[in-house]
Design a binder for this molecule. Structure first.
Ligand code: ADE
Length: 303
């Protein structure tokens, strides 16, 4: 499982060799192949950009050094990404899809090898795959690089960076931590919140009292059921306040996301915490069992 990174600033990727990702590479889980595209320039000054045809501001990345660098890493066989502010915005769904691709999961086939791969043996399908990320600069890159190498454009947000390197680092970090073995055993990539799909609840550690600030009593109670419910409530509150869009998605698809139905105590919390509009969304997406629990709780509240 290799990530080829094509850049004219290879030094910017030094931090990849630190921390969790550095350890993952040392342990042979993932390999980072950082390639200096300038090395492939045939120009005597190692130039990689030129003026845009048709005029206009800025410079454009030339196809020759890019094509040769892409050939050198075998990018005709890899899924190729061009970091660009006009691309699909990176989110958890895309990060999971890319991690699955790297592991040779099912999401990989269509993109990497087309129809032929669908009939390949399970063993072949499970083989790990490589990803190639191209970091642009200047006003952009010659469109033929994107078209001929079937590059998917990926953005890390609606703002413009000076180049694709920092964006590539963000993408790599978000994807690599989803590869089994990259995070230490004590961490689970998808377990930030027990109620996956909501923002993470507040965390506290030692000491119990710090400069007059204390830890919520419930966390010291040892009652794990109550602690989990407190965390669920905090997650719901935070998500409602900071990311109402995420809360709405959770209300619609929590069952598929977490592979289980909500229990009575959780439904009670949602009744108390949701506004009218969210509550209507919630009601519309309940399973039969959840709907019965909801009716029971509401009935009890009425009494
Ligand atoms: N290159 C420049 N800006 C970018 C962004 N927002 N996302 C990805 N690549 C970029």
């Amino acid at each position: 499982m290799k990530i080829n990174i094509l850049t004219i600033f290879p030094e910017m990727f030094r931090p990849l060799r630190e921390s969790m990702l550095g350890r993952a590479e040392e342990n042979g889980i993932i390999e980072f192949n950082i390639v200096d595209v300038r090395d492939f320039s045939l120009d005597k000054h190692k130039k990689t950009d030129d003026y845009p045809f048709g005029g206009g501001q800025g410079m454009v990345f030339m196809p020759q050094p890019a094509f040769d660098a892409l050939k050198s890493v075998g990018a005709e066989k890899t899924r190729n990404i061009y970091m660009s502010p006009r691309g699909r915005v990176l989110d958890m769904e895309l990060a999971l899809e890319l991690a699955d691709y790297l592991r040779g999961g099912n999401g990989a086939e269509d993109v990497a090898e087309g129809e032929a791969c669908k009939v390949a043996s399970t063993a072949l399908r499970k083989a790990s795959r490589d990803l190639t990320i191209f970091c642009g600069h200047y006003e952009g890159i010659d469109q033929r690089i994107i078209d001929d190498w079937k590059m998917e454009e990926v953005s890390i947000g609606d703002y413009i960076l000076t180049g694709g390197e920092l964006a590539a680092m963000v993408l790599i970090d978000a994807v690599a931590r989803l590869i089994p073995g990259v995070l230490g055993e004590e961490n689970s990539a998808l377990d930030e919140s027990i109620y996956s799909g909501l923002l993470e609840y507040p965390q506290y550690t030692q000491p119990r009292e710090f400069e007059g600030l204390s830890v919520p009593d419930i966390l010291l109670s040892g009652n794990h059921k109550e602690i989990n419910l407190w965390r669920f409530r905090e997650s719901v509150r935070l998500t409602k306040k900071c990311r109402p869009d995420i809360l709405k998605a959770f209300l619609k698809d929590h069952r598929e996301r977490n592979n289980r139905e909500l229990d009575k105590a959780e439904i009670e919390i949602l009744i108390e915490e949701l506004g009218k509009k969210d509550f209507d969304t919630f009601k519309k997406h309940l399973s039969d069992k959840e709907a019965k629990l909801l009716a029971k709780v509401l009935e009890k509240k009425r009494k």
